[in-house]
Design a protein around this ligand. Structure first.
Ligand SMILES: [Fe+2]
Ligand SMILES: [Fe+2]
Length: 299
């Protein structure tokens, strides 16, 4: 049985070897089949060169699987990793997460609950998991973009009346698939340098990042809200019951990507964007979203 499994795996790996293709001319289908499947395969096999998640985050994920998880246990788990705990507390105290910053981790945990505490720990830890030597500029840009979209999504959630307090996390993790992609390309590029051409990277990102993001979030067991944001922010109407969440991320993402000379210009450009109104928002919402993004850019 084991031997059969191994054979199957070897065969699969062979099927997706990409070296002798001409990746510059790939179609979206080829991206999905050749590169997307190879990355998911390597992610499952543990052969991508990723840094491990902190133990405390994994233990928190374990706790959160309990039908009635204990807040005290969750705090105790996090406190065993003081560096992670302090970064989670800093995130909990940021204006994008709460109006009244919690005094300590216990208070933060009581306010947000174990599931959101877990998602926060993963969001904080995710910055260190994906390493992509040679693609540092791309990674840096993704981090800035993610933070801006996190702040903007929190604002959009409020303005759309979405009850969840997870807006910031959903936004912060919406393009996490791009980080997985860069890690994989940086690794594969040592054998196949053509995979590191900027045009190839850009097209691979466009075709694959949402599906890869969903795979990361599933593998971490994070909430459905976070998953829907990552998977559907470019196609909100496909998100079913969570289409409002995806719509919110889509507006925040668009607003953050605008090249604007200041927040008034950003707000004015956002007012030209039909999906803003489809999400039930108006010009004063656009102004608030623009302010949030500009404050995040200076942070
Ligand atoms: Fe995206
Ligand atoms: Fe984005």
């Amino acid at each position: 049985m084991e031997a059969a499994k191994r054979r199957y795996r070897d065969l699969e790996v062979k099927t997706f070897v990409i070296d002798d293709d001409e990746p510059e001319s790939w179609s979206p289908e080829q991206f999905k089949q050749e590169l997307g499947i190879r990355i998911i395969h390597d992610l499952r096999q543990g052969t991508l060169e990723l840094r491990p998640l902190p133990d405390a985050a994994l233990r928190l994920a374990d706790l959160a699987r309990d039908p009635d998880p204990s807040i005290d246990d969750a705090v105790a788990v996090l406190e065993r990793d003081p560096a992670l705990a302090s970064r989670v507390l800093k995130l909990a105290a940021s204006p994008a997460m709460s109006r009244r910053p919690p005094a300590d981790l216990s208070q933060a945990a009581l306010t947000v609950g174990v599931h959101q505490l877990r998602d926060m720990a993963f969001a904080v830890a995710s910055g260190r998991v994906f390493r992509a030597p040679g693609l540092d500029d791309e990674v840096q840009q993704e981090h800035l973009h993610s933070f801006q979209v996190g702040v903007a999504t929190a604002e959009v959630f409020k303005r759309m009346g979405i009850g969840s307090k997870q807006g910031f996390l959903v936004g912060m993790l919406h393009d996490i698939g791009a980080l997985l992609l860069y890690s994989a390309l940086s690794q594969y590029g040592r054998e196949s340098p053509e995979l590191l051409k900027p045009e190839f990277i850009a097209r691979a990102r466009q075709t694959l990042h949402a599906a890869l993001g969903e795979a990361v979030i599933r593998s971490w067991g994070l909430s459905e809200t976070v998953r829907a944001g990552a998977r559907y922010h470019h196609h909100p109407s496909d998100a079913g019951a969570l289409s409002q969440v995806a719509q919110a991320v889509s507006v925040a993402d668009y607003a953050a990507k605008l090249e604007a000379a200041g927040e008034n210009d950003r707000a004015a450009q956002l007012c030209q964007h039909a999906p803003l109104y489809a999400a039930g928002l108006n010009a004063s919402d656009a102004a608030a979203i623009a302010t949030a993004i500009d404050s995040a850019s200076g942070a």
